[in-house]
Design a binder for this molecule. Sequence first.
Ligand code: NI
Length: 138
Amino acid sequence: MSNRVAVYRKEHFNAAHRLNNPAWDETTNQKVFGKCNNPHFHGHNYELVIKVTGEPDAATGYVMDMKLLSDIVQENVIERFDHKNLNDDTVEFKNLNPTAENIAIVIYKILREKIEPKLDLQVRLYETERNFVDYPAI
Ligand code: NI
């Protein structure tokens, strides 16, 4: 039996966004995205849960040093998105609708490059207490 363990780190950021598809007219955007289409933007308190899975290292007993994981998330995700307007202030969402789904995929891609390839990674993003997404979906 394998000794694989999942470890989790929770982080938090605030950001504003607007959901809009520029290929559609105003009425369609309003119908599909509702309040999230508000042209004046609105904010969310995003809760981010990073899951790293692997076997504990023989020397340290850690799957991953949580301080290191926290630093990686802070430097590469929180500093990039916290207190930002995702549509206007970030290159990632210039041409990508900043839904929870797309934000989770973007965060995964950023972190995947920073975490050892032998470790599995999953990103969970809460847009509200009741609405959250997982990427990859497994
Ligand atoms: Ni929203």
